[in-house]
Design a protein around this ligand. Sequence first.
Ligand SMILES: Cc1cc2nc3c(=O)[nH]c(=O)nc-3n(C[C@H](O)[C@H](O)[C@H](O)COP(=O)(O)OP(=O)(O)OC[C@H]3O[C@@H](n4cnc5c(N)ncnc54)[C@H](O)[C@@H]3O)c2cc1C
Length: 397
Amino acid sequence: MSDIATRVNTWIDENWDMSMTLREWWSRLATAGYSQPTWPAALGGCDASGATARIISETLGTRGVIAAPTGMGPHMAAPMIMKHGTDAQKAELIKIATGEQHWCQLFSEPEAGSDLASVRCKAVRDGEEYIINGQKVWNSGADAADRGLLLARTDFEAQKHAGVSFILIDMLQPGVEVRPLVTMNGSAHFCEVFLTDARARANELMGTEGGGWAVATTVLGLERKMAASGSARGALTVNGGPKGGNLDRTVGELFEIAKEKAKEKPQAMISSSRVLIKHAQKAGVNTDPVLRDDLVKYYIRSEVYRLTNLRARHTGGSGPEASIAKIALSGMARHSRDLGMSILGAGGMLVGNDSASGGALQYAALSTGGVSIGGGTDEIQKNVIGERALGLPKEPS
Ligand SMILES: Cc1cc2nc3c(=O)[nH]c(=O)nc-3n(C[C@H](O)[C@H](O)[C@H](O)COP(=O)(O)OP(=O)(O)OC[C@H]3O[C@@H](n4cnc5c(N)ncnc54)[C@H](O)[C@@H]3O)c2cc1C
């Protein structure tokens, strides 16, 4: 075991206690520098390299503790603020490391998805504030968020990329209405958000007015990287922020809640080879040579994805490496869907507890589309690879 893993293990022995609140656990993690290890010490990190950070997060994962705050706050908002923010904005990042804030991304609109620079949501400067009107859609976790990364148009005359501004917005205000959207897998993973005379402080503008596209490009790269890398390490990941309602629960209580939730509904959007093999054994089809061959191919594919993703993370990459990993993940999701349905046969048409798999393989099958669309579709990832890695001509805008 490496020195750092030994140190983290000893620290967990001394600090993990099922009766403490989540707020206390995350505060201890941040004080120790293990919340977001690559960040500076004052902000909940310990200036660790990527390799050391991975050892820290893997050690936390294997010890069965609640993961450090994860999601759009640590992986998108914070690195973007480190790059584009003012010193005052950077000083606030400790709230992300301690899970006091929970962020969402307000980019997509009904008429602006892949072609994001077409956003029509309008922000008008009014003294020390912006007044914002418009509609956003497909916003993951917006119903649990207290802070939003908003892309809005401040100039309707300028060429489309030049009229866009990037603003940080408080979600918990009367002008922001969030409506969860239920998708075909039965989850309300994302929301539509209506902004009606919503307000944002002018000092929460990122970069310059009309200069938001450069900031958005940073966030899109970070999003690709996050979407490609799958879930965080830890026995359990939990939403922070005031709206999540978890900060003052004990960590023991949170494990109980998660256990009950898992009984209600499957959670995995992609089935691992271990899960698929278990279901093949249960269905008595694990001796079928064609299925066995496909399961081995899937195992190899999962390993290739894991290594591709490690490469993307190693390069710190939010560019073409992350796009390659994201495409590899979409391919895995489709393969897992097809294998799951082959294993279940006609039983694949049943969902929930009526099904032999408890609905897990069906849930993953119905989630496949979301994996390849969220974080930028496969076609958009291919455009990124073509333009940025292969030097092919840019698409006309
Ligand atoms: C699970 C999930 C989570 C999401 N979370 C968020 C979120 O938190 N915040 C947020 O703002 N949005 C979010 N989205 C929205 C997501 O970013 C958009 O759905 C995505 O960018 C595609 O946009 P669209 O749906 O408008 O499809 P369109 O852009 O209309 O695309 C339709 C089809 O055309 C193809 N296409 C479009 N343009 C090109 C091109 N130039 N070249 C080749 N093919 C092209 C696409 O690949 C796709 O197949 C999420 C989506 C999903 C599925």
